[in-house]
Design a protein around this ligand. Structure first.
Ligand SMILES: Cc1ncc(COP(=O)(O)O)c(C=O)c1O
Length: 394
């Protein structure tokens, strides 16, 4: 199949065939080239690759490795980007993006709740390098034009957000950021490209923790940045010199996982909606956050920019911190764990894990209380998950 024919494929087909062809030995997928270095027939040959006149395999830390390049091409096709780089973790992808685009004196706007590591990077690490961040709540989007300034380089957000599942209007933010001369960077980890493609809504760059839905089996750690060549290319040198490369074995595992991405995520969408509907009708549950619920405030926006509502649900139990912890402890099929997006269902009480470090007043401002529980719905039967929740809620 030609590269052009492959690029014209739909999402499930791209998951299988995107970026890959038959190997020289006839293997049906790109094999693991775990080699650190690749040989050349001449000095001119290696110089052509070093100086960018020719494509070629050279050195694995640079990403010039066939296993890594194959999964990068697949990921770019899945998000509608021209180029993608993979990283050793989601935080490596996020930090390299900020390091590339922000220097001393620059300004970042961060909207809504973001992953704790990203928050720390923006609130603690980047200020030590002279980069300042303004944090806006998702409900404060009207203030965006007023906080964007001449020094603003990046507007960053996740959608849906963690753990409140707020849905942020990508096109609206991207338009305001463009007018101010800033890049819009969307962390698409929660939605995955199956449910949402931020580049199509005007985002300039998309980042992922591949550790979550892209990897999908809780057995690999990785990150991705994708978008148009002109914005992705400058990040390459930072990844190379900060040494943030994904290992070829992990790249092959990620490619393996991506082949089932569409079927996994669509099933998780369906299961999460069934779980959310069950919880909504439960007398001990005060509120349920899931973009697929008709009464959820972000539902209309989600219908416009998402093609599925995702596998994440959060609920507010009608009880204090200890009573809520007891509900979580009674769950048998949901494992108490901090991650998400895998085949097995996971549960956390944000005040004891992801938001433990945030002061109580800030948590209140963000609507995160002691009764909040976050669920990552896996691939078990929805009926079994509902039965587990029913026995735990009492
Ligand atoms: C939305 C989001 N972005 C980024 C990250 C960081 O990813 P990693 O743990 O792969 O570094 C996480 C991790 O939980 C996340 O949930």
């Amino acid at each position: 199949m030609t590269d052009a024919a492959r690029e014209a494929l739909r999402l499930s087909s791209l998951c299988i065939h995107g970026g890959e062809g038959m190997d020289g030995q006839g293997a049906v997928h790109t094999p693991i080239y775990n080699h650190t270095t690749f040989g050349f027939a001449s000095t001119q040959g290696i110089l052509d690759v070093v100086e960018g006149r020719a494509e070629g395999n050279l050195y694995t830390r640079y990403g010039l490795n066939p296993t890594i390049r194959a999964v990068e091409r697949k990921l770019a096709l899945l998000e509608g980007g021209e180029e993608a780089w993979v990283f050793s973790s989601g935080m490596a992808a996020v930090s390299a993006t900020f390091m590339t685009y922000c220097g001393s004196g620059d300004h970042v706007v961060c909207i809504g709740d973001v992953y704790g590591g990203t928050y720390e990077l923006l609130a603690d690490n980047l200020p030590s390098l002279g980069v300042e961040t303004t944090f806006l709540l998702g409900s404060e989007l009207d203030r965006l034009p007023e906080v964007l300034g001449e020094r603003t380089r990046v507007v960053f957000f996740e959608t849906p957000t963690n753990p409140s599942m707020e849905v942020i209007d990508i096109a609206r933010v991207a338009e305001a950021a463009r007018e101010a001369g800033a890049l819009t960077v969307v962390d698409n980890t929660f939605a995955s490209p199956v449910n949402q493609q931020p580049l199509a809504h005007g985002a300039d760059l998309v980042v992922h923790s591949a550790t979550k839905y892209l990897g999908g089996h809780s057995d690999l750690t990785g990150g991705v940045v994708t978008g148009p060549q002109r914005y992705v290319q400058p990040i390459w040198g930072w990844r190379k010199n900060l040494g943030q490369m994904m290992a070829p074995e992990t790249a092959a595992l990620l490619a393996r996982s991506l082949r089932t991405l569409v079927v996994r995520v669509r099933q998780q969408n369906e299961t999460a909606l069934a779980v959310a509907r069950f919880l909504q009708a439960h007398p001990r549950v005060r509120r349920v956050n899931h973009p697929g619920l008709e009464g959820f405030p972000g539902h209309g926006m989600a219908r416009r920019q998402m093609s599925g509502f995702g596998g994440m649900v959060s609920l507010f139990y009608d009880g204090d911190a200890e009573e809520t912890a007891a509900v979580v402890d009674r769950l048998r099929l949901f494992t108490i764990a901090a991650s998400l997006g895998g085949t097995e269902s996971l549960v956390t009480q944000p005040v004891t894990t992801t938001h433990h470090g945030m002061d109580a007043e800030e948590r209140r401002r963000r609507g995160i209380d002691d009764g909040m529980v976050r669920l990552s719905c896996g691939l078990e039967d929805a009926e079994d998950l509902v039965a587990d929740l029913e026995q735990a809620l009492g």
